[in-house]
Design a protein around this ligand. Structure first.
Ligand SMILES: [Zn+2]
Length: 256
C-alpha cells in the first residue's frame, strides 16, 4: 500500500519515528509521500525522506493555511526547491476557507502560481481543498483542458456529485483516508462506491484523522490498512484488490 499523504516529518513523531516506519512496513506500506507545508518545513521533509529514500518521496509547495502576507516571497524561495529536492509533486497547495477567508484572493493566486510550476516541471499537484471546491476548480479551469496538470484532491470531502464534477475536470484522483471509517460519514462511503477505485488513492494525513478503531489517537501510515479493509468491506471487494488498484493509481500519478 502507498500512503499518499503523511506528515510523519512533523514533531508529533520525533520520539518514535523509526518505530512508526517499522510499523508501516510491517502493515504492508511500501511507500509514503510527504507533502510540505511552508518554507520552514522543507528541511524536515527532505531529511525524513533522505533517511528512508527507498520508501519515501517528497512534495514541495505552500499549504493554503500558510498563505499570508509573505506568500510571494515564500513562493519565490520554494520554486527552485521543487527541483533541487527531487519532489514527485507540488504540494500541498490549495484553498482552505474553513477557519479563515481573509486571504482567499491570495490563496487563489498562490494556487494558480504553483499549478503553473506543475505545468513547467511536468509534475502532479497535491491539493488541499476545504470548503473551497468551486474556487479550486475555477483556478484549475484557468488552464486549458490540454495543459491542466494531473493531481490528487487530498482528503476529498465532497459527495458523489462533487466527485463526478472533479473527475470530469481533469486527470484527477481523490484521496481517501481515516474519515472514510467514521460512523457518520456515509457521504464519503457512498462517494467511493459511486466513483469506483480507479479514481482513489489511500492516505493517512497523519498525524491527523486516524481511522476507526484508532479514532482520536495520533494517526500513522500503518493505519491505512484499516481504511483499505473498510473500503473492501463496503464495496464487496477483496482487500488485496483495493490495495492493488489504489497503489497502481498512486504509482502512476507520482511515478514512484
Ligand atoms: Zn496534509
Amino acid at each position: 500500500m502507498i500512503d499518499s499523504h503523511s506528515h510523519i516529518y512533523c514533531d508529533a513523531f520525533d520520539g518514535d519515528r523509526d518505530l512508526v516506519v517499522e510499523h508501516a512496513a510491517a502493515a504492508g506500506v511500501t511507500h509514503i509521500v510527504l507533502p510540505n507545508e511552508n518554507l520552514a518545513s522543507v528541511a524536515r521533509v527532505v531529511d525524513t525522506r533522505d533517511r528512508w529514500p527507498e520508501m519515501m518521496s517528497v512534495a514541495i509547495g505552500l499549504h493554503p493555511e500558510e498563505v499570508k502576507g509573505d506568500w510571494t516571497a515564500q513562493l519565490e524561495q520554494l520554486r527552485p526547491l521543487v527541483e533541487e529536492c527531487g519532489a514527485v509533486a507540488v504540494g500541498e497547495v490549495g484553498i482552505d476557507l474553513y477557519w479563515d477567508t481573509t486571504y482567499r484572493a491570495q490563496q487563489l493566486d498562490a494556487l494558480h502560481e504553483q499549478l503553473r510550476w506543475c505545468v513547467e516541471l511536468g509534475l502532479p499537484f497535491i491539493l488541499h481543498c476545504r470548503r473551497a471546491l468551486d474556487d479550486c476548480l475555477t483556478v484549475l479551469r484557468r488552464f486549458g483542458a490540454g495543459d491542466r496538470p494531473p493531481g490528487v484532491f487530498h482528503c476529498f470531502e465532497g459527495d458523489a456529485m462533487a466527485a463526478r464534477e472533479v473527475l470530469d475536470a481533469g486527470e484527477f484522483l481523490l484521496g481517501v483516508g481515516g474519515s472514510y471509517t467514521f460512523k457518520r460519514n456515509d457521504v464519503t462511503r457512498r462517494m467511493v462506491t459511486a466513483v469506483g477505485l480507479d479514481h482513489i488513492v489511500l492516505e493517512t494525513d497523519s498525524p491527523y484523522l486516524a481511522p476507526v478503531p484508532h479514532r482520536g489517537q495520533r494517526n500513522e501510515s500503518a493505519y491505512i490498512a484499516d481504511v483499505a479493509r473498510a473500503i473492501a468491506a463496503n464495496t464487496n471487494l477483496d482487500v488485496v484488490d483495493v490495495d492493488r488498484v489504489t497503489t497502481g493509481n498512486a504509482r502512476r500519478l507520482f511515478k514512484i
